[in-house]
Write a protein that binds this ligand. Sequence first.
Ligand code: NAG
Ligand code: NAG
Ligand code: NAG
Ligand code: NAG
Ligand code: NAG
Length: 789
Amino acid sequence: MEGFTPYFSVIIPALLLATASATKLNVPRLRLSYKDLLSTNRSSIFSGHHGQLSLTAVFLDEYRDRLFLGGKDVLYSLLLGPTSSESREIYWPPLPGNREDCIQTGKEPQTECANFVRLLQPYNRTHLLACGTGAFQPMCAFISVGHRGEHVFTMDPLNVENGRGKVPHDPSFPFASTFSGGELYTGLTADFLGRDSVIFRSMGERSTMRTETDQKLLHDPKFIAAHLIPDNDDRDNDKVYFFFTEKATEAGDREGAIHTRVGRVCANDVGGQRVLVNKWSTFIKARLVCSVAGPHGIDTHFNQLEDVFLLRTKDERNPDVYAIFSTISNVFQGFAVCVYRMADIREAFNGPFAHKEGPDYQWGAYEGRVPYPRPGVCPSKITNQPGKEFGSTKDFPDSVLQFARSHPLMWRPVFPALRQPVLVKANIPYKLKQIVVDRVEAEDGQYDVMFIGTDVGTILKVIALHSGNSLETEEVTLEELQVFKVPTPITSMDISVKRQALYVGSPAGVAQVKLHRCEMYGKACAECCLARDPYCAWDGSSCSRYVPNSKRRFRRQDIRHGNPALQCVDQNLSEDLDVTEDKMVYGTENNSTFLECVPRSPQASVSWLVQRDDRKEEVKLDDRVMSTDQGLLFRRLFHQDEGIYICHSREHGFTQTLARLTLQVLPGETVDELMARDNAGLSDSFKDRSGGNYRAWMPCSSYSRGASSSQMSQSRSWFKDVIQLIGPSNLPLVEDYCERMWCNDKLRRKHKSMLEKYRQAQEGARKARSKSSGERNRTPRDLRAQEGY
Ligand SMILES: *[C@@H]1O[C@H](CO)[C@@H](O)[C@H](O)[C@H]1NC(C)=O
Ligand SMILES: *[C@@H]1O[C@H](CO)[C@@H](O)[C@H](O)[C@H]1NC(C)=O
Ligand SMILES: *[C@@H]1O[C@H](CO)[C@@H](O)[C@H](O)[C@H]1NC(C)=O
Ligand SMILES: *[C@@H]1O[C@H](CO)[C@@H](O)[C@H](O)[C@H]1NC(C)=O
Ligand SMILES: *[C@@H]1O[C@H](CO)[C@@H](O)[C@H](O)[C@H]1NC(C)=O
């Protein structure tokens, strides 16, 4: 497939079905709540000195071990040292009068007419460059941050420069920038109305460069990222790449069609001599395709770019480009992560130019003669040969510049590696917003661990596995971390491999989150192995950080298959995991009861066996006996349900016993009898009961304080309380409950004898009952009739 793939993206039910059937696997293996993260020191939050930070810019400075933050009228510097949590603040409001002017023009005082810091870039060895919207009057300033080891953080408020072309006026407008060689490259709208979309270069010695306005090279672009990526060892070939979404003019007159682009300019572009003066003469762009094949050859396209992460490798010319895309359909919301190789991007730029002969013609590949130097090529040693001396874009012939302005788009799109996304999510109740990736060395190879930020304050930690030679990818969601207390969109993510931490920004603040916490997976080899986390391995005694090439011999890890049977065979599997202790659960006949069993991993499936007279069989499920995510629910308990219930979980072919519960069914008549008999005798043990309000249990302290005996007018039997407990939501053992209920010894003895009496009674009833089997063959249909359905 070459050229423009059809834009038309049909909503393919097959895609939805595929994701639905794989849901069990896409469920995160471990879900950690906000509280879990804080209590285990996995995460810590900074929300500014005055609460709401309204974070709008982050710069992670690994050299200085500092995190710089920009928000609404404020800048922060945080020390990242292991012991320090020191922070400094600079108040940076709009220039005098600008806030008032902004309000005058009808803008929102709170959300628009403030200085929202959008840019924080390292400038030189002692200073950062910061730019803010300045209440619709963009401004920039240098911030003194000192040398490494110092915690300097000051700004001269008088030394402020015009920030036009460096950040947008509107705090909500998309924007991308990169700073290189003392110059700032930006992709943005550079005017008050937000209509002048440009790629700018400013600061430094050379004159400011921008995209042309009269020839439309950009169509309502939404800039996401900008990066300088060298082409080869010749620095003259350095190029700055822009990633953005724009209106797809080549898609014809289809309303709302947009495409994602990668565009680039040469860093040494200084524009033309007679045409394109101070305008880019090397700008070209190509489409980035991210799609999944559907039936009948119609692909589903993810056209809107959400975020880009450059996974840099030792070869600085060839980072992997990770990108999150979304669909723009109103009926179907889907997200995909695609990975692009620089070689494929360069190949598209070296291929044919897109061309349209005239308004009535189709788009096609340009087949005529392309002038020399080929548009998009940087002036370098290669173009500067004797006889063809093009040492600067100012030397380029007019024909080259004319061709460049009329053919900015390449004909061939860039396809992702393996021609398909590494991750697809459809029908999820949240959006994917940000991505960072860490390449992790594991026992059986390298894994790219993706950390994906959502619009609800969570982070997904995901790996994509390729099974064998097949193109199929299996995505494994290792963890879901609820980083922010309330749902809030994640707006920035930075990774520090050095600190093994993520810095996650949202309007609510910034969180430092550790990349891994291997102990959380459990205390057994099998649990560690099932986690399939490339950061973690079983070291013979615990689940801990996997360090490649370390001298330790006992390293058990199996990311690809997660097969503990193979990895942990000599590691005391059953002893560590299987539950040996039986628990008692009481239920009342004709009432409901619940046997709790929740596997540690939501990816595991649970099965129930029941054992009676040394015979084990699978529990028959129907309308009356239902398996739920939390355990086994008996909507109405029959006497013949008695038995030992065994809960098994199964994950990746690995089975473990989670619970053994002995269910005893108390016959209703006995209950009534006992209640009647013991009402008087025990009622005084509930003297501190207030009114008729039932409390599930009472801590000893409040009980022993128990004052007003007079309040206990109605006689309530302890028994009723016991029965109350045996409901779906609250099912500790009877004894456990009683332990909490009767904290003093005297009452405990009394209670024990009661319970004994009760058991005897129940045993008698059971014997009597086993003679008659009248109730045994009841069907769910009968039941429904009884329950009044
Ligand atoms: C978390 O850190 C605090 C302070 O450094 C420490 O006292 C506490 O024990 C840590 N908690 C855990 C679970 O590691
Ligand atoms: C860095 O830039 C600032 C602002 O232009 C300047 O005042 C400072 O002297 C520079 N520092 C160094 C080390 O060049
Ligand atoms: C397994 O358990 C046995 C008995 O508890 C113990 O002697 C042995 O050292 C354990 N083996 C390992 C590998 O932990
Ligand atoms: C349970 O329900 C059945 C059918 O309604 C009834 O015959 C039986 O007596 C009930 N048992 C108790 C203990 O209420
Ligand atoms: C069933 O249990 C509830 C409390 O869980 C109790 O209020 C109700 O009386 C019980 N019903 C029977 C028939 O025992």
